[in-house]
Design a protein. Sequence first.
Length: 144
Amino acid sequence: MDLGLRNSAVVTGSKPIFIKHKRLLYKVTYYWKQIDKLKSKLSERQRTSKKIKRLWWKIAIINNFIVHDTSSKIVRLAVQTQKAIGLEKLEVPNNGFNRKWSRRISNWIRGKTIKYIKYKAELNGIPLVQVCPNGTSRRFHICG
């Protein structure tokens, strides 16, 4: 299993399965733009407003849905196939990316997704395996 920014997860077995939430991620991006517009209208002393808090709340709800949906699909697939789940042990450094990438990485719900996968796999008796991340994100030669 590989968690990513473009796809919520890619589960490989005999065929790769892509778990996508494109519409929700576009909605989150739209909310970010709305937050930026609202922040530009605030005075220097004011840091936030009720509208901005409401938009962050909406982003949190969307992120929670993505985490629950992704982890449920992964664990359900592991239960159906009676296979272990391989999680890559990945550390993401923040090397001064541009604003767009910094925001995407900061909103990346990878840690929460792993926590929920571990919890749900333990409930269903599915073993978890830590995998070295070297070469796990390469393009698959059949599907690209």
